[in-house]
Design a protein around this ligand. Structure first.
Ligand code: FES
Length: 157
């Protein structure tokens, strides 16, 4: 456990007196620092907040924005909810897999991209929807897979 996590836990508890409400902000800070949430980190967070390991693990698993294994510099989420599927999300995912040379759930060998599925991202009117490092992109039709990655390269470099 990093020493500052105790301080972060105290800050989260001061803001959200219920331990389970303090959990999300603390997990978020830990992930920002570590890049992902290891089993050890989750156990440390549980201890700091007086929650069970199982509870913390289940919360971290519920949210697709918490990473339970190391991810690349750019995390691409493709929404696989119903509206997005009807608008071609499956084909978009396939095109991204082909362009990156990885399957959904994997990270490119150079550590640049991780490709993940997401549940409905609550922007169904913009289907198909994708996110790169939490930035929304709407109307990402399958033919725009290349554009999505190129555009992000320009934004990030
Ligand atoms: S189904 Fe994709 S945003 Fe709702």
């Amino acid at each position: 456990m990093r020493p500052e996590w105790k301080e972060w836990a105290a800050e989260a508890k001061a803001e959200y007196p219920q331990a389970n409400s303090a959990l999300l902000p603390l997990l978020h800070r830990v992930q920002q620092q570590e890049g992902w949430l290891s089993p050890e980190s989750l156990a440390d967070v549980a201890e700091l907040l007086g929650l069970s390991d199982q509870y913390v693990e289940s919360v971290a698993s519920f949210y697709s924005l918490f990473f339970k294994k190391p991810v690349g510099k750019k995390v691409v989420h493709v929404c696989m909810g119903l509206s997005c599927m009807l608008a071609g999300a499956d084909e978009l995912m396939h095109n991204l897999e082909t362009k990156l040379g990885i399957s959904q759930g994997q990270t490119t060998e150079d550590g640049q991209y991780t490709l993940l599925e997401a549940e409905c991202l609550a922007a169904c009117d913009l289907a198909p929807v994708a996110q790169i490092n939490l930035r929304f992109r709407g109307h990402v039709t399958p033919d725009k897979a290349d554009e999505l990655l190129t555009e992000e390269k320009e934004v990030s470099s």
